[in-house]
Each structure stands twice: as C-alpha cells, then as structure tokens.
Design a protein around this ligand. Structure first.
Ligand code: FAD
Ligand code: SF4
Length: 524
C-alpha cells in the first residue's frame, strides 16, 4: 500500500468483479486512509444485450465480489459497494453516483477483461474531467507488451511456439540442459483417448458432490437477491457449487492435483453421458476471477509431477492449457480488441437455434452438453469446441449470437478469454488469426470420443435419410459451401477430395437433407 499522494486530490479505485486478487497493482497504489474503493453489481453486466449472464454465472460473480468486499473491510479499506438490489443500470451510473457522494478527481483501475468496459469507463472519465489511469494486470504470466513483442515479426504465429517460448523463459517443465522434460514439448497425441465401451472408471471420477460451496451465507443472500431482481436470467440455480473465495479455490486446486490430474491427460478429449466434469479441473472460473494465479496453479502441477511421479502427458497437457492457451488467447484478445465484435469471416447469418437455451433437442450430444451448461454453467473444452461450437459452425450461426450464448452461459466466461475461443478457435470468424483451419468434423468424431450416439435417434455414419446425423449432413454441406477456402488449405484438402469423390446424386441428396434441416430448425 502506498503513501504516495497523501495530501493531494481525492482518488477513487474501481474494482471489477473479475479482479479479486490482493496482489494486484491496485493494492500497491491505494492508500487506505485517503482513497476510496468502489465495487458495483450493475444490471448491464447481468442482462445487457452485449453482456448477458446466466443465473450460475451471476451468482458466482456477485458472491465472490461480496466476499472480497468483506475481506477489504476487515482490512480497513473504505469500500463503497452497490448491490444488485440498488438496480444500478451500469458502471457509468455507479461512477456518477459515487462522484456526487464522495467527489474525486482521479480514477484508477486495473485493466478490465473486456474492451467494451474499458472504453465506456474511459469515456465517462473524459466527459467528467476525471483523470483516469489504467493499471496493468499482473495476474498473468506474460508481462505487459511481451506478447506484442513476441508476435511482431511472426508470419504465421501459432500457440505452440508461444508456449515453447514461455516454457523456456520461465523454466517450466524443463531439463537443466534447456531441453523440454521427457524430450518432447507436447504430449497431445497421448491425450486423445476415448473411454472405450466400459466407460470411465467411476471410482476416480469427479462429480458434482465433490464440494459443497452453497451453504455459505453470502451465497444464500446473493441467490435471494438474484432471484428477486433478475428472475429471468437463463440457466438454473438448483445447485450452486463454485468456489467464491480464495481458500475455497485453493481447496479445489489441491483436490484436482491429488485426485484428477493423474487421469487428466489420457482422457482430456473424451466425453461421457451424464458426466459433466470427468477429470477436468473446473478451475477456470477461479482463475478468471483471480482467486488463483496461473503461476501457482502451474507450480502445484509441476510440484506434484516431481513428488508423486505423475504421468508427464497429464502434467504437460494441463500446463499447456494454462501457460500456452490461456496466455495466448489473452495476447490475441488485446491485439485485436476492437475487431472481435465485428468478426464474421465465413459470413454466417443464421440465428442461434432455440434449443441452445433449453436443451430441448433430439440430438443427444447437444442435449447432454447443453443440459449440463444450464445446470452447472460448465462444459469441458471438447464439449464446447466439438459439440456446441461445432454445430453452430456447421449450421452457420451468426458468430455474435453464439458468442453471446457462451458469454452468458459459462461461469468462467469473461470477454478476453471467451471471445477468441468462440470467435476464432470455434467459429473461424477471425479467418485464421488463431487456428490454421476451421475445426470441422462429422458425427463420427463425437461417436469416437463419447457414448452419446448410442442412445441417439440418429446415426453418425449417415448423411442422408431419416436417421441421418445432422452433424454429418452439415459437415458435408459445409465443405461444399466453403469449397474454395477449404480446397486451398493443405490440412483440409483430403476432406474436400472425399466430397469430390461423392456422386452428384449423393451430393444433391446431402444438400436436400441440409436444406430441410435448416427449415426444421428455423421454426422449432
Ligand atoms: P481444464 O480442462 O481443467 O483446463 C485447465 C485450465 O486451462 C482451465 O481452467 C483454463 O484456465 C485453461 N484453458 C484450457 N483451455 C483453454 C483455452 N482454450 N483458452 C484459455 N484457457 C484455457 N475458457 C475460459 O476460461 N472462459 C471462457 O469463457 C471460455 N470459453 C470457451 C468457448 C469455446 C467455444 C471454447 C472452445 C473454449 C472456451 N474456453 C474458455 C476454454 C476452455 O474450454 C475452458 O477454459 C475449460 O473448458 C474450462 O474448464 P476447466 O477449468 O475444467 O479446464
Ligand atoms: Fe450427436 Fe449425431 Fe451422435 Fe446423435 S448421432 S449423438 S446427433 S453426433
């Protein structure tokens, strides 16, 4: 805490809901005797057009914020807090109210996770002649400006090389001679196993009963407030079970490292009916609210590797997600910050099918993947990429519609991480900034990686007919629709060739099937 500025102008420090870390730069700058802090639960961030939020996500954010406020007060900070029951429409209204209550002429805040919020608050400050300073976000492993410097001369930047650069420069999972531990940078090929007919071993499987964070009195109060002020938010609140404090998040980290990390690698991409969590960590929401730092999560995994001889493919696979992907998408988000909302490289225009909000569909993989999001605010990466995301891509949903769905429904969604994942990785709306090709597959991929198809009325092998799997029909339709783009991509040329090898009758029948699917889903 700083003594700087003790007798000068009054200052306000604004803390956003995803900045709940005491080691942030803000706490180095604040003077508890002279400065005030503001936290606000505003309607726009819960039911706004650009920033909708489900019941699970809203309760998570508000509960974690109210816990943080209690902690701040206990430490002697002067905190002003606007609860959702004040019906404050947005951050600018909260700031104006604060200005009249406790005038200030300096505003400081850590860079928010959403460019829209940064722009709005900056404009408000300029309009009110308030001096605003955005502090760098030191939660991340990457230093400010480091990603821009790294990417500057790369013709075809890819996450893998960024990840190697960070492993070397931060000495993570490295041999003393500068080579990667075990001799390879990447064990991805060992991390794509399906569970097989017998399914996952239920003895070491993660379940919704592993924790019980719902009994907390602050969570109870938030649930009450959200139900009364925002009764129409999407999703369900039958069971809320996400960490809302740092001790809870640390408990979850320890549980993951001990119980699930050993199995994480092999089955990272696998899916199974009625098993929403499998061996995944469920740590993204705690990381994104900053209850945990990425460095401590990586250190916990690396330490466990050395102490308990955990499988390297599991530990490396997990570290790659956080050190590689998480830091990479953040860099990319800020690099293209004003472009994301307008991206639509494939010119996709269809509205999001209604079943994304209800799970009311006979496609079993989608029913399962959406149902668990409605209930828990959670789906693991392959469900997001290769079920809900894949269907949207093949069906041709307008990227901004599917983007809003992901932002609203997942507890871990914050623009900086959700937008590059949805718009770039999943929907190819960026035209290839992040990935070298669209992630497309037929129903056969889902069949291989899960047991969803076993109880589905459709057959993943069929593209035409009553039992045709919509994924398979739309996969071929997508290839035909984007033929030139895919033909010129060496990684997809083979798939295009398979389309070429179909007879014109077959191609015509697939097209007819796709058209009737579009018609059926647009009215259902
Ligand atoms: P685990 O599978 O246990 O992975 C460990 C950690 O690695 C995660 O907690 C997360 O912090 C990090 N991670 C893994 N993959 C990624 C990735 N691609 N980008 C960034 N970090 C990653 N992640 C979010 O944190 N918020 C989002 O809003 C989000 N939206 C997504 C939307 C789509 C369409 C897709 C395809 C992916 C999205 N992801 C998002 C990435 C990833 O799916 C989630 O981080 C992960 O599923 C969260 O579950 P977990 O904590 O159990 O992760
Ligand atoms: Fe999904 Fe097709 Fe399998 Fe049904 S058959 S579960 S729609 S992939």
């Amino acid at each position: 805490m700083s003594n700087e500025n003790q007798n000068t102008s009054p200052r306000l420090f604004l803390i956003f809901g995803d900045q709940l870390n005491f080691d942030s730069l803000l706490f180095q700058a604040v003077n508890p005797q002279h400065d005030r802090l503001l936290m606000a639960e505003v309607l726009e961030e819960s039911n706004g057009l650009d920033s909708p939020s489900s019941q699970q996500r809203t309760v998570l954010f508000f509960s974690a914020m109210r816990h943080f406020r209690a902690n701040l007060k206990a430490q002697g900070f002067q905190v002003d807090y606007t609860p959702i029951t004040d019906h404050c429409p947005d951050f600018t209204t909260a700031l104006s109210a604060q200005l009249s209550r406790h005038p200030f002429d300096h505003l400081k805040a850590v860079l928010p996770g959403d460019e829209r919020v940064r722009t709005t608050v900056t404009q408000w400050a300029q309009h009110n002649a308030i001096n605003i300073e955005w502090l760098a976000d030191h939660h991340f492993i990457t230093q400010p400006g480091e990603f821009q410097e790294w990417i500057k001369n790369k013709k075809q930047p890819r996450m893998e090389y960024w990840y190697r650069y960070l492993r070397k420069s931060r000495n993570i999972l490295m041999e003393p001679d500068g080579k990667p531990l075990g001799g390879k940078w990447n064990y991805d090929a060992s991390n794509r196993r399906a569970f097989g007919k017998q399914g996952p071993n239920r003895e070491n499987l993660s379940s919704e009963c592993d924790f019980n964070h719902e009994d907390d009195s602050i969570v109870q109060e938030v649930i009450h407030d959200v139900k009364s002020v925002l009764p129409d938010l999407a999703g369900k609140l039958t069971h809320f079970n996400w960490p809302v404090t740092r001790p809870q998040a640390l408990q979850q980290l320890q549980w993951f490292v001990e119980q699930q990390l050993p199995h994480f690698g092999d089955y990272q991409d696998a899916m199974w009916e009625e098993q929403p969590f499998l061996h995944h960590s469920r740590l993204a929401s705690s990381l994104n609210l900053k209850l945990l730092s990425p460095s401590e999560v990586i250190t916990a995994a690396e330490t466990a590797y050395h102490h308990y001889q955990l499988p390297l493919n599991a530990v490396e696979g997990f570290v790659r997600q956080i050190l590689g992907w998480r830091e990479y998408v953040r860099g990319l988000y800020w690099l293209h910050r004003s472009e994301w909302p307008h991206m639509n490289f494939l010119q996709a225009k269809r509205p999001l099918p209604k079943f994304y909000w209800s799970a009311d569909t006979d496609m079993h993989c989608l029913q399962q993947s959406i149902q668990q999001v409605i209930k828990h605010g959670y789906g693991h990466h392959i469900q997001r990429l290769m079920v809900t995301g894949l269907f949207s891509l093949l069906y041709g949903v307008n990227p901004s519609e599917i983007e809003r769905w992901y932002l609203s429904m997942f507890v871990d969604a914050v623009a900086w991480v959700e937008q590059p994942n949805t718009l770039a990785m999943s929907q190819f709306a960026d035209g290839g900034l992040l990935a070298s090709k669209p992630y497309i597959a037929s129903g056969n991929y889902i069949h291989k990686m899960s047991n969803y198809c076993q109880t589905c009325p459709f057959n993943p092998k069929l593209a035409v007919g009553k039992q045709a799997c919509p994924f398979t029909t739309l996969y071929w339709h997508f290839i035909q629709q984007h033929y030139t783009l895919l033909q010129n991509n060496p990684r997809l040329a083979m798939q295009v060739k398979h389309w070429d090898n179909k007879s014109s009758e077959e191609q015509h029948a697939i097209n007819q099937q796709a058209q009737s699917l579009f018609k059926r889903l647009s009215v259902s």
